[in-house]
Ligand binder design. Structure first.
Ligand SMILES: [Mg+2]
Length: 386
């Protein structure tokens, strides 16, 4: 069996370009992967095209060898766009492998520990604050809108959410919403914004619903500590803060009662090991659209050795959700899975077999491969136009 073609599709994911990879084989089996990158997405598709020349003619069942061959080719720029492109191909190879053997990918990874996976409603309020019109949702402009949204969260049965600092008419300004690290001090208004949001959600959702806050890479050490301490009274599921310095994150964790989650911008075992060795966080958040199933599963196992929970970064396409579900179904240290409930209404049109979400839980699919193919006609109908 040989790989005969590798194609990419940039489809409209509502607020980001869903980047799909299709791997074709000489016996007609095809596999689908996701390597969505929100910003430099043409760089990723270009690299997939570049790597296609290196994988065409190879046996798609040798996914481990193909991963390491591409890793060696990219050794001087470990991680980043190169790994995203590699991950898209890798996910598609696992899809092919499952289809050829007639089993779900989770079966290839050791079998299921979980039939259902607990989800949290990600970007809760954030997407509606920025893109309500595009997504066809009610807008979020004031804290009262968050209260209404909370009723929807409870009615749909979700047991956890994640939100971000956002501009609301009745709260102090959160400043720039860019997630870069220029600056990094948490201003009094930014802290008031975070407290106002979380206070509103906690009052509306009650004491038992998990609330996570994602501040990404916006704040340096001192800023992250200030926010973590200010949010202590609300018993967060976690504060998600990123840094490339594990010692800094360990200091954040030791400075607050708030649980800390990190990792979406880290790659591979080398990226995670120094954070795990220092127990710098309570929960790690590997991204399988950026580490592939091959490396992603190894990261989860490494976290298991350090007694650390995994809650995958999963804010890309529905293929990424299927990838995450197949890996997480097999992991004893699975905590909870990110899920964008406010995905665009055409999401399921892209899938031949849409997955089932009920009462805030995702049913792990039983079909061979990842669990669904994509409908190319629908992808072409909705290209990403920036
Ligand atoms: Mg994040």
């Amino acid at each position: 069996m040989k790989i005969t073609g590798v194609k990419t599709f940039l489809a409209d994911g509502g607020v980001r370009p869903w980047t799909f990879v299709k791997v074709e084989t000489d016996d007609g089996v095809v596999g689908w992967g996701d390597c969505t990158e929100w910003d430099v997405y043409r760089g990723v598709t270009h690299l997939v095209d570049e790597f296609s020349e290196r994988v065409i003619g190879k046996d798609p069942m040798n996914s481990e060898k193909i991963w390491y061959d591409l890793m060696v080719d990219n050794v001087r720029h470990n991680g980043g766009l190169a790994w995203k492109a590699m991950a898209g191909i890798d996910n598609a190879l696992w899809d092919i492998k499952g289809k050829v053997l007639g089993v779900p990918v989770w079966q290839l990874l050791g079998g299921k520990l979980h039939d259902e996976l607990r989800l949290y409603w990600s970007h809760c309020g954030t997407f509606r604050n920025r893109w309500a019109k595009k997504l066809g949702t009610p807008p979020v402009q004031r804290t009262g809108d968050l209260k209404k949204l909370s009723e929807e969260v409870l009615a749909k049965g979700f047991t956890a959410i994640k939100t971000n600092l956002m501009p609301l008419k009745d709260l102090p300004s959160p400043g720039s919403v860019a997630s870069g690290r220029i600056g990094g001090h948490a201003s009094p208004d930014q802290i008031r914004n975070a407290v106002g949001l979380v206070e509103t959600f906690r009052a509306a959702l009650g004491p038992d619903v998990g609330i996570a806050v994602d501040i990404a890479l916006r704040f340096k050490l001192g800023g992250a500590i200030d926010i973590a301490r200010a949010l202590e009274p609300y018993n967060l599921m976690w504060l998600e803060t990123e840094t490339f310095d594990p010692g800094s994150l360990r200091t954040v964790r030791e400075s607050t009662r708030t649980r800390i989650c990190t990792g979406e911008s880290l790659y591979g075992l080398d990226g995670y090991r120094p954070f795990l060795e220092r127990y710098a966080q309570d929960v790690i958040m590997p991204d399988f659209a950026w580490n592939g199933i091959t490396m992603g599963r190894k990261i989860c196992d490494l976290a298991q050795a350090y007694d650390t929970f995994v809650a995958p970064h999963n804010c890309h396409s529905p293929i990424c959700t299927l990838v995450s579900a197949n890996v997480m179904a097999t992991c004893p240290n699975f905590m909870i899975l990110e899920f964008d409930q406010d995905d665009p209404p055409w999401r399921d049109d892209f899938l031949t077999h849409p997955f089932t979400v009920k009462n805030g839980y995702l049913k792990v699919p039983d079909r061979p491969g990842l669990g669904s193919d994509l409908v190319e006609r629908e992808l072409r109908k909705r290209p990403w136009n920036g």
